[in-house]
Design a protein around this ligand. Sequence first.
Ligand SMILES: Cc1cc2nc3c(=O)[nH]c(=O)nc-3n(C[C@H](O)[C@H](O)[C@H](O)COP(=O)(O)OP(=O)(O)OC[C@H]3O[C@@H](n4cnc5c(N)ncnc54)[C@H](O)[C@@H]3O)c2cc1C
Length: 500
Amino acid sequence: MKIVEISKENQSDFKDYLKDESNISSSFEGQIIIPRSELELSEFLASVSTSNSPVYVSGKRTGLVGGAVPIVESEISNNTVLVSLESLNSISNFRETTNGAFIDVLAGTSLSDLITELDQNYPDYFFPVDPTERSASFGGMLSTNASGSRGFKYGSVRNWVESIRVVLVDGSILELNRGIDKLNNLGFKYQDKEYSFNEIYKPKTKNSIGYNYFPNMDLLDLFIGSEGTLGITTSITLRLLKKPKSVFFVLQLFEKVTDALSFIKKLRSEKQIDTLSIEYFDSKALEFASKSNALILSLFNDFLNNSRCAAVYFEVSSIDPDFEFEKINELVSSCNAKMDNSVFAETVKEQEDLKRFRHAVPEGINKEIAKRRLVHTRIRKVATDMAVENEFLGEVYDLYEKTFSNAGLEYVVFGHGGDNHFHVNILPRTNDEVDLAVSSYESLAESILKMNGSVAAEHGIGRLKKKLLKIQYPPEVIQQMIDIKKIFDPNFRLNIGVLF
Ligand SMILES: Cc1cc2nc3c(=O)[nH]c(=O)nc-3n(C[C@H](O)[C@H](O)[C@H](O)COP(=O)(O)OP(=O)(O)OC[C@H]3O[C@@H](n4cnc5c(N)ncnc54)[C@H](O)[C@@H]3O)c2cc1C
């Protein structure tokens, strides 16, 4: 096992471990532990289990809520430990069974490594969940219950996890299998003790808001989405799907936002088309993406002068392209647009280009934020991650526009329109605007709940959105989550400051 001692003197050499994509950072002093096996991790944690040492958990640090950043909040911070899962990185044991196809990954394996492995060796199969950031690790994705654009069709990571192995903070190891290790109604047994809690009600929308707890649930679903606060996942069995025979992607332009939103509603209720994802981009998002994509820029130059234009990007699993094309054409025309103003991607190369275009939006925004931070040091991106029920698509869009334009903030709207889940990215221009952005964002939470929504749909609560968790749930539900944590982490040492 690799152990690195971090002190004030050498902190800057290891700064990548001390921040994530949320741009918060830590002045951590302590040990970074890089285990090469589950056994090494388990033995190490057992050896420090009688100390009070806080233990933090780090995957690939692409998280957007600071969950992997080891911020030491208490005074008793001797011997702090940051566990990095980077060396638990392998893919094995692909198998086809009568129940489907499965593959095992160690928790530090990235999504892009799995995609490469499947493409090279098992090209008939794919992993259905596709968060935009493919360098994310499976341990991280499981811990935030990540989803992404294809969440529209396939839901979140939770749906594709068959079993997990977890090392608890005292070094003990749990193996949890779907369909086998279950709650008995609302109770379960752990280390010869019986526990029972009330059901935790979750909105029906996408969500990543603390622990799951419902009757007869699979116990692994308690750990999925727990943001590393219950245990450290070391390995995961994933369920795979057969690739659709053929897929095409479309980026369709609309002159008005309202037309784009109507199109989203129509497309998602069109049952004769097998739609995998429905993503939305406002004109500012298109502008950011176009900067890195000359093709898009040349096609949409005229539109880009129209600040109310918008685009919908969608992916279709195709059976009968002529029929699907005809149907889409009908839907597009009924929303005052023309398919002439679209990009249609059939080949792998064309599809990769469109995916790059999609990824260029957050990347372009991040670059702009980094530029602004050189002048105003507190500047960071503030981004919404809330989802509401289908009937509130237009209402939630209006709410965002009203809230952020009334506050005088600069913002970009894009994201998972098919799930009523927009990532409104606010780009503060001054340090004061960061506070204004955060308070404007937080002011939305009550309205989101009225739309039966979730305040954190896929990125988790982490360190940055704890205030929102308190709006989502009353104190007794949060206390129940804390009581559950204490079963697996009695001294409250694991990922302190995340969720609670
Ligand atoms: C450009 C961009 C686009 C993104 N798009 C999406 C998207 O479409 N959908 C989406 O869901 N997310 C998205 N994200 C967010 C991010 O990629 C996900 O949250 C991802 O799940 C984080 O994985 P990670 O390995 O980077 O985890 P980290 O950031 O390292 O950690 C995230 C959390 O998981 C915990 N953790 C990590 N590994 C383990 C483990 N083995 N056991 C227990 N806990 C662990 C950490 O303590 C932390 O609380 C995006 C991020 C970026 C930068």
